[in-house]
Design a protein around this ligand. Structure first.
Ligand code: PMP
Length: 330
């Protein structure tokens, strides 16, 4: 029988899918690594299982422990799934810009969720960083994975995402493009691809306009899960050859195109990464292979990116449909 003992066994080994319409006419092929095929629906399942297993080994997480983490949702889902299987409680802290649907998902998996204001500096006592620190100190038997500093975050990508991309392209990848949140994805995957290719693979970060990685002061932007107002320890500053800043409008317009033209219902950080990947592919040589990582699915964003009224309120729709924006992004 072909049976998986646990959902945890299904984490990773996500497919590479060629983009067609949005990349038409470009010299390089653009391949999307579609992370919504993970059981929790995002790339973050990878780090969840690795961080928990390392903490069990080190004794930081003991039977009956409580996992406390500031998470925009996806890491929470990954942690919640692994925690359920192993009998831990989850207590998550999220900023209030996170879509309601994502918070509902965390609660559905049995996690407790505390919502904090987005519009305060990181050192403010009500920021989601501060609140999670306080809970981790005060709740008995708490363990904070801290995806922003935990080395297992980028190690998970060094040991899974990177090798998968190398194997699936049979070493043919020339460029890797990904958004930067904690920096775990780009740092771990990028380091693996650079090491195995002898430095040949070019690594390009995609970042929301306004975020520190592309020279901004931190805020504001609406795309979720990427960009920072602090420099996390997880981000290896030596890996990216280039960082491309992308506006919210271009990110969300591309996100909608991916659903409508490629059948990929994905999140806003995916649209952002694809905008950057298409710029890279436009400058690349004939026969180059650009791999872009798409971190999550789009169902958590139906009331925002895929809602015309929400898009129009922010001035992201300039015509009655966004068809008119096709081509704007290059
Ligand atoms: N996109 C989304 C939707 C995310 O939740 C995250 C994780 N914060 C990222 C992109 C960025 O990944 P990383 O933290 O590995 O840089």
């Amino acid at each position: 029988m072909r049976v998986y003992d646990s959902l945890v066994d299904l984490i990773g080994n996500t497919p590479l899918v060629r983009l067609h319409k949005v990349s038409a006419g470009l010299p390089a092929q653009v391949l999307a690594k579609v992370e919504y095929f993970n059981p929790g629906g995002s790339v973050k399942d990878r780090i969840a299982v690795r961080m928990i297993e390392a903490a069990e080994k080190s004794g930081a997480l003991r039977p009956g422990g409580v996992i406390v983490e500031p998470t925009s949702g996806n890491t929470g889902v990954g942690l919640a799934i692994v925690a359920q299987q192993r009998g831990y409680r989850c207590l998550f802290v999220v900023p209030d810009k996170v879509a309601q649907d994502k918070i509902a998902v965390l609660r559905a998996y049995g996690a407790e969720v505390v919502v904090c204001p987005t519009a305060v500096p990181p050192d403010h006592p009500d920021s989601y960083y501060s609140v999670s620190d306080r809970l981790a100190r005060e709740v008995p038997n708490a363990w904070k994975p801290d995806q922003y500093s935990n080395p297992e975050n980028r190690e998970s990508h060094f040991h899974s995402t990177g090798p998968e991309i190398w194997a699936d392209t049979e070493g043919g990848i020339t460029h890797f493009v990904a958004g930067i949140g904690t920096g775990g994805t780009i740092s771990g995957t990028g380091r693996y691809l650079k090491e195995i290719s002898g430095g040949r693979v070019r690594v390009v970060g995609a970042d929301p306009e306004g975020s520190v990685y592309s020279g901004g002061s931190g805020r504001p932007y609406l795309v979720e899960g990427v960009g920072e107002d602090i420099w996390p320890a997880t981000y290896d500053t030596t890996i990216c050859d280039e960082i491309i800043a992308v506006s919210d409008k271009d990110s969300f317009t591309m996100t909608r195109r991916l659903a409508r033209e490629e059948g990929l219902l994905v999140g806003g950080s995916c649209g952002m990464a694809v905008v950057a990947a298409l710029q890279v592919a436009a400058r690349a040589k004939e026969g180059d292979t650009v791999v872009v990582l798409l971190p999550d699915g789009g169902r958590g964003y139906l009331s925002k990116i895929f809602n015309d009224d929400w898009m129009a309120d922010y001035g992201f729709l300039t015509t009655s449909s966004d068809e008119g924006l096709v081509g704007d992004v290059l």
